[in-house]
Design a protein. Structure first.
Length: 361
């Protein structure tokens, strides 16, 4: 049997992909330098921010790619260790290379007091974590695309394999705007409200860790999916303040129930982004899971702008409908309706039995 994509990430390491990763790293580092300069988060010039950003970005990328090529990991724990070593090692290298280049080539000697040093270190680790998550997701997505192309060339006759490939493609999609918006909020809170900045950073790390682990299995548990949603909502809570409130009701009997990953997250994101965030006074999100006969029924209700927020819901809502269709056929469905007197409700109904007919409860 052919190995799944997560066991063959090291095949992604080839000259073309490595070159592309370095180009992306340079671009991202340049954007970071421009962002720091324009926003005034640091008082340093663009040249200094540019050199320091490249000094962090390139070593982190190089270290991670080298370890992936050398160790050829095939377990999530191995990947996590490589990313931690890559971020830590690349950050330490960057702290040496950046000042050296500025001093030797541009005759600029950095004066780094303790606060500035710690701020630089926090930024390097934060950006390194986001960049690592981005490159990992990109590698998985590229492998999924290559697998689909190979399946087409070989004219595979198995419908099940084609469905699984489509599901991997849907799972591999991420929401970069959320990551970069959260990162921007962390940067702005570092000086103005360090406690909230630290809390948001902790929730972001938890969200990324949960997101990374959920890309591996086809089934997780409702408890793990809800845990990731809590981290997401905690981040939004810090950003929106009293404009956002949320409640989650998950019966104990359903916590360990197998559930497809990334099925509820787009509905919650849609409620925040299109329902509550544009509303001046904000509102509340309620997530409730219940058992009804042979179904698991999960409701995501908000008190936002109303049913119109689902119109043109884009990739997120479309992916939820498509994944339910692929996984459950006519036995599962997504229902979108108004939440009177205001807001909208998204209802996911899936059978207690999976598509092979094995009991999941």
């Amino acid at each position: 049997m052919e190995q799944p994509a997560e066991n063959r990430i090291h095949h992604y390491i080839n000259p073309r992909n490595v070159l592309q990763d370095f180009v992306y790293t340079i671009i991202i580092s340049t954007v970071i330098a421009a962002f720091l300069t324009v926003t005034g988060i640091t008082t340093k010039s663009f040249l200094i921010n540019f050199i320091m950003s490249q000094s962090f970005g390139v070593p982190i990328c190089s270290t991670i790619l080298f370890l992936l090529w050398m160790l050829k990991p095939n377990k999530i724990s191995s990947f996590a260790l490589i990313f931690i070593i890559g971020i830590g090692g690349g950050t330490l290298i960057g702290l040496q290379i950046g000042p050296f280049v500025l001093r030797q080539i541009f005759s600029i000697v950095l004066d780094q007091p303790e606060k500035g040093f710690l701020q630089t270190l926090i930024l390097a680790i934060t950006f390194g974590s986001v960049a690592s998550y981005f490159f990992y997701s990109r590698a998985r997505l590229k492998i999924s695309e290559e697998e689909i192309q190979q399946e087409k060339i070989k004219r595979l006759s198995s419908e099940k394999e084609a469905l699984e490939a489509n599901l991997r493609m849907l799972q591999a999609q991420i929401e970069p705007h959320f990551l970069f918006n959260t990162l921007s909020n962390i940067l702005s809170l570092i000086d103005t409200n360090p406690a909230n900045g630290k809390s948001m950073l902790v929730d972001l790390i938890h969200y990324l860790r949960t997101s990374l682990s959920r890309t591996f299995p086809d089934q997780i548990t409702l408890d793990r999916e809800i845990d990731m949603i809590k981290a997401y909502l905690n981040i939004q809570k810090i950003r929106m303040g009293e404009r956002l409130h949320f409640q989650i009701e998950l019966p104990e009997a359903l916590r360990e129930h197998p559930f497809p990953p990334m099925l509820l997250q787009p509905l919650v994101e849609n409620a925040v982004k299109h329902g509550l965030e544009p509303k001046m006074e904000g509102g509340e999100i309620m997530i409730q899971a219940v058992e009804e006969d042979d179904l698991i029924r999960i409701e995501v209700t908000d008190t936002g702008l109303g049913f119109s927020s689902f119109q043109g819901g884009g990739v997120g809502i479309g992916n939820v409908k498509e994944r339910i269709r692929l996984l459950y056929g006519g036995k599962g469905r997504l229902i979108l309706e108004e939440n009177k007197p205001n807001g909208a409700r998204a209802i996911v109904e899936v059978p207690k039995h999976d598509v092979q007919g094995h009991h999941c409860g």
